[in-house]
Design a protein around this ligand. Structure first.
Ligand code: HEM
Length: 209
C-alpha cells in the first residue's frame, strides 16, 4: 500500500491546488461545451433530442461516479486534494442531471405533467431516475457551508451518505432502460461496486482492528 501512496503522490504532480481545481472544472465543463457546439453545428444526428438526453444522462452518471471515487482515492492512495474538490464535482453532477431532466420535461414531453407523472409511476427505470434526482437535488441544496451549521454536522453527514444510493439508483436507471446490449451499464455497475467495495473493506478493517 505504501508503494501505491508514493506512486500516487508522485503522480499528483506539483501543480498548485488552484490550478488543479481549474483543470478539473474545465474537464467537467468540456462535455457540455462539446454538446453545445455539436447542437449549434447540427452534429447530433437524425434524432438530436434523444442524442442530447442520452449524452447528458451519460455524463451525469460518469461525474457522479467520479465524485464517489474521491473517498476511495483517499483511502487507497492517501490523495487528499480531490476531497477539497468534492463539492464542485457533486455540483457538476447535479448540473448534468438537471439539464438531462429539463431536456426530458421540456423538449421530450412538452411539459405534459400528466404523462410525466405516469412515466414516473409506471416505468421503473424512470422511477429509479426520479428518486436519484431527488437525492442529488437535496445534496446540492445543502452543499453550502451554512447548511452544515444549520443542520448540525451529524445530520448533514447522514444526509450526504445518501449519495451512494444516488449512485446505485443511477446505475439501475441505466440498466433498466437498456433493452439489448447491457455492456455499458454493467461497466458502470462494476465501477460503482469497486468504489463501494473499497469503503466496505476499509470500514471492516477499522472495525476489526
Ligand atoms: C426524473 C429523473 C429522470 C428522468 C425522467 C430521466 C429520463 C431519462 C430518459 C427518458 C432516458 C432515455 C431513454 C431512451 O432514450 O429510451 C434516460 C437515459 C439515461 N439517464 Fe436518465 N432520467 C432521470 C434521472 C437520471 C439520473 C439521476 C441519472 C444519473 C445519475 C440519469 C442517467 C441516465 C443515463 C446514464 C441514461 C442512458 C444514456 C444512454 O443511453 O447512453 N438519469 N433518462
Amino acid at each position: 500500500m505504501s508503494t501505491n501512496v508514493d506512486t500516487m503522490n508522485r503522480l499528483s504532480f506539483s501543480m498548485p491546488y488552484r490550478a488543479k481545481w481549474w483543470l478539473m472544472f474545465g474537464l467537467m465543463a468540456a462535455p457540455l461545451a462539446w454538446l453545445i457546439g455539436s447542437a449549434l453545428t447540427g452534429g447530433l444526428g437524425a434524432n438530436p433530442i434523444e442524442a442530447i438526453n442520452r449524452f447528458l444522462g451519460d455524463w451525469a452518471l460518469r461525474i457522479l461516479l467520479v465524485t464517489l471515487a474521491v473517498t476511495p482515492l483517499k483511502l487507497m492512495f492517501g490523495l487528499t486534494w480531490p476531497v477539497r474538490m468534492r463539492r464542485m464535482l457533486g455540483l457538476w453532477a447535479f448540473a448534468y442531471v438537471a439539464l438531462h431532466i429539463t431536456n426530458y420535461v421540456a423538449i421530450d414531453q412538452f411539459f405534459d405533467w400528466g404523462d410525466i407523472w405516469r412515466d414516473i409511476l409506471k416505468r421503473k427505470f424512470i422511477t429509479a431516475g426520479f428518486v436519484a434526482f431527488l437525492i442529488i437535488s437535496a445534496l446540492a441544496a445543502t452543499s453550502w457551508n451554512g447548511a452544515i451549521k444549520r443542520m448540525g454536522v451529524q445530520a448533514w453527514k447522514r444526509l450526504h451518505k445518501l449519495v451512494y444510493w444516488a449512485g446505485v439508483l443511477g446505475c439501475l436507471h441505466y440498466i433498466w432502460m437498456v433493452k439489448a446490449d447491457l455492456r455499458e451499464p454493467l461497466i458502470h455497475i462494476a465501477i460503482l461496486a469497486v468504489l463501494l467495495g473499497v469503503r466496505v473493506y476499509h470500514n471492516l478493517r477499522v472495525y476489526y482492528a
